[in-house]
Design a protein around this ligand. Structure first.
Ligand code: FUC
Length: 815
């Protein structure tokens, strides 16, 4: 025990000890799912409602999906349509190209499923007072507290990564007050048993296929194999431990009478054994796994489970702290605080809480060795969730990981990087089957089986279904992971081979246009439509700006990597030759960055996607410092698109405006996103905001906006995409003073910055990997203990200095 506490203290840097705990808190139980509070250990997730007499804890296990490994042979005729599609495109018949593209589609992705619900029924004789519930994101614990008849009841819930179980602990201020019943249920097919006196076991299987909810209610939207033996298996064990009182069980649940303390341990696992293994015939022993974790947890006292959980969580969370305008304390419940902010109150404390909440969610939904965070992270209570709660890789899954490197959670990037490697395997089959090409390709959707084919089964809209740049985009994550970590082994063994495979596909995929430029065809711009010069509406043409930007990115990174590694000279030369003739950016008649091959108008000028600005963010091809003309066109484009949009669209725009060095506009978008919405249902185009539990609202709930906002706050405070470490590049007027510690910059620098009176005060840069560090700031500065001052460079100041591995450098404001 003692050892664990010492470990805990050592793992908490002083930055964190000096902070108040960060909390979301409420004075009412959750009435809706989007008011409940999420906990998670990357694998086991729970949504805690905090209801006194009928507590609901909704559960998830990250690998519980419908379906099984992707089978090839979906659409052998597909390659024969590619020349026809291209012929139509080059003839300017985009409508025909769109129709023919549907002939090159395969099946839809599978869906992420809920595990079930725990209910705790507790009959009280009396009314509730002093009700309080919170989610402490400094410790990753959800607590509910209330008083009835002079007894204060407390329930704490956390999902432990070290123990791999969810722990619910119930206590009361007086002895023997806990009389309750624990129930467990699941919407999936199952067999339930109550074993011994205090254990509920649920075993079952997932559907063999779940149709996406946007396909409506087909006769069989959820496909079960009748024998229950073809879907992924799951097992879920709930054990109730009591101190004092008596325990008994029947088939409906476990009852506790007059206990002083109750601990519920929840353990679950599935037979998922990797993207390419049948979860039925080659599956893991889900029951043995869940029993093993449970057996481990039972041997430990609650205090040890808690200490191990805290040490593990703090290891990630405490790396970054943020104080904005002294984080003024606001003594309102979070829903009311959000409402006041929505109505116009200033609340920099809420903004920094929202920033850290994104980090909390990534730590809770994505762990090394685990499954990547999906559209809802790991939190989903529907058997047919919106967009199957899958991986949408034309923006959403990537956005989930935008803060991973910059907000100092690099290890948590790993599940997405691994999925990229899996996509390179299924994507090789897809490239051959659908286009008869080498290398690997992924389209706009994926799932736990790393499916990579265009979806739609012949009826999907090609503007999303047939977009073929998902894999190339993911390669940017590999490259960025390298730039942030400088991990040469990762670059050589993991990143480079995958980038090379994507390059192989892309070289085969590009065709020459009439002017001799290399372009993609078919090509859409997710997910907007254009009006061509004849006034006809289309979605599929050639050389969309997003496609070309992603390819420019991939080629540039590949060339640098292959030079660095001294590999594949011939291939590199081919890529360099192609780079010179890739269709360039075009500036349009309105001063905009052109979205498609020609300066066509959009059918929806305020469309939520801003795909053609990929080169501004996440790419590094457009910047006010290096390409001012393109940056001005990007700005015009954003002005024309407007600030409205879905949650993730607003989050993307925070990042765009930060990259344009316009902190006030970035901050305005952050405000727009942090807008309380109680909306039910779905809005495909706009209305994005934030629910009472600070989950991002597309609407519906989609977690990408949370992560995108966290990434956006970093981009306002620190950027490093164009070769320098840019301190406070986009500081909004509203953030007059502040301190940020622990951010990461490319080159593997750890950066802390303080500012006052809206000016840089000082910064510290720890060079983890050594090398020459270039620092930029909008204010004059110098290196402490060194005569060198930063020199004026355009609008800002720049200083380069040699760093030594492991050393920290102090920078001070200069006159
Ligand atoms: C894309 C977006 C939608 C939604 C879905 C999951 O198709 O256009 O708005 O985010 O992904």
């Amino acid at each position: 025990m003692k050892k664990l506490f010492i470990a805990l203290l050592l793992s908490s840097p002083l930055v964190a000890l000096s902070q108040q705990p960060l909390k979301l808190w409420y004075n009412q139980p959750a009435k809706r799912w989007t008011q409940a509070l999420p906990v998670g250990n990357g694998r086991l997730g729970a949504m805690v409602f905090g209801r006194p007499d009928d507590e609901l804890i909704q559960l998830n296990e990250s690998s519980l999906w419908s379906g099984g490994p992707v089978k090839g042979g979906m659409n052998p005729n597909s390659p024969s349509y590619l020349p026809q599609v291209r012929e139509a495109i080059f003839a300017g018949d985009y409508q025909k190209a769109q129709e023919l593209s549907k002939k090159m589609q395969g099946h839809y992705s599978e869906g992420y499923l809920p595990l079930g619900d725990i209910r705790i029924k507790q009959n009280f004789n009396g009314s509730v007072s002093n009700y309080y519930r919170d989610l402490n994101i400094s410790d990753a614990i959800a607590t509910t507290r209330f008083t009835i008849n002079g007894v204060t009841y407390k329930r704490e819930v956390f999902s432990s990564a070290p123990a791999q179980v969810i722990i619910v602990r119930l206590t009361a201020s007086k002895p023997n007050q806990l009389s309750l019943k624990v129930l467990a249920s699941t919407p999936l097919k199952n067999r339930k048993a109550v074993t011994g006196q205090n254990t509920i076991l649920i075993k079952g299987s997932a559907p063999t296929h779940v149709d996406p909810s946007y396909l409506g209610k087909k006769p069989n939207p959820i496909h079960y194999d009748d024998s229950l033996s073809k879907g992924m298996r799951y097992a879920w064990v709930t054990k109730v431990l009591n101190k004092g009182g008596a325990v008994s069980a029947d088939t409906s649940g476990i009852s506790i009478k007059n206990a002083s303390e109750v601990t519920i341990l929840i353990s679950a696992a599935t037979s998922y054994n990797g993207f390419d293994k049948s979860p039925v015939t080659e599956g893991k022993d889900e029951l043995a796994i869940s029993r093993k974790y449970l057996a481990g947890a039972i041997t430990l006292p609650y205090t040890s489970l808690l200490a191990a959980h805290l040490a593990d969580y703090h290891h990630y969370f405490n790396r970054v702290s943020l104080k904005l305008n002294n984080n003024e304390a606001v003594s309102l419940p979070t829903n009311e605080r959000l409402l006041a902010y929505t109505k116009g109150d200033k609340d920099a404390g809420l903004e920094s809480l929202f920033f850290q909440f994104g980090r909390y969610l990534l730590i809770s939904s994505s762990r090394p060795g685990g499954i990547p965070a999906n559209l809802q992270g790991i939190w989903n209570n529907e058997t047919r969730p919106p967009w199957s709660s899958n991986y949408t890789i034309n923006i959403n899954a990537q956005m989930n990981y935008w803060p991973a490197e910059t907000a100092n959670l690099s290890e948590l990037h790993q599940p997405l990087l691994r999925l990229t490697g899996e996509l390179a395997i299924t994507g090789k089959t897809t490239a051959k089957e659908f286009y008869n090409l080498n290398g690997w390709v992924a389209h706009h959707n994926s799932d736990i089986w790393a499916m990579s084919n265009p979806v739609g089964d012949g009826t999907g809209d090609p503007m999303w279904a047939n977009w073929s740049m998902g894999g190339d985009w993911l390669c940017r994550h590999l490259w960025d992971h390298y730039l942030f970590t400088k991990d040469e082994v990762f670059l050589k063994n993991k990143a480079y081979p995958l980038m090379k495979g994507a390059v192989d596909f892309t070289l085969g995929w590009l065709v020459k246009d009439k002017d001799g430029y290399w372009v993609t065809a078919p090509s859409g711009s997710p997910e907007n439509a254009f009006k061509d010069e004849n006034g006809k509406v289309g979605t599929i043409a050639l050389g969309s700006t997003m496609d070309m930007s992603i390819i420019r990115d991939l080629f540039a990174h590949f060339v640098t990597a292959s030079e660095k590694l001294g590999l594949d000279k011939a291939l590199r030369d081919t890529v360099i030759a192609r780079q010179a003739k890739l269709l360039p950016f075009h500036i349009g008649k309105k001063g905009n960055l052109v979205e498609w091959y020609k300066d066509w108008d959009e059918t929806d000028p305020h469309h939520r996607h801003v795909s053609h600005l990929y080169g501004l963010y996440p790419g590094e091809q457009i910047s006010p410092v290096t390409t001012p003309d393109l940056a001005a066109a990007a700005k015009k484009t954003l002005e024309l698109r407007g600030d409205e949009g879905t949650g993730w669209s607003k989050a993307w725009k925070i990042n765009f405006w930060a990259r344009l060095l316009d902190g006030n506009h970035a901050h305005k978008l952050l405000r727009d996103l942090l807008h309380l919405t109680g909306e039910d249902g779905t809005n495909y185009a706009s209305g994005g905001g934030t629910y009472a539990n600070l989950f991002d609202a597309h609407p519906p709930f989609q977690i990408d906006g949370n992560f995108g906002a966290t990434a956006g706050v970093v981009e306002m405070l620190l950027q490093s995409q164009t070769g320098d470490v840019y301190l406070l590049p986009a500081l909004p007027d509203e953030w007059k003073s502040g301190v940020i510690k622990g951010l990461k910059a490319r080159g593997n620098y750890e950066v802390g910055i303080s500012w006052a009176e809206h000016k840089l005060a000082k910064a510290s840069i720890t060079s983890v990997a050594g090398g020459i560090c270039k620092v930029r700031s909008n204010w004059p500065f110098k290196l402490a203990g060194n005569a060198a001052s930063a020199k004026k460079d355009g609008e800002s100041y720049l200083l380069s200095f040699q760093t030594q591995k492991g050393k920290t450098y102090q920078l001070l404001a200069d006159k």
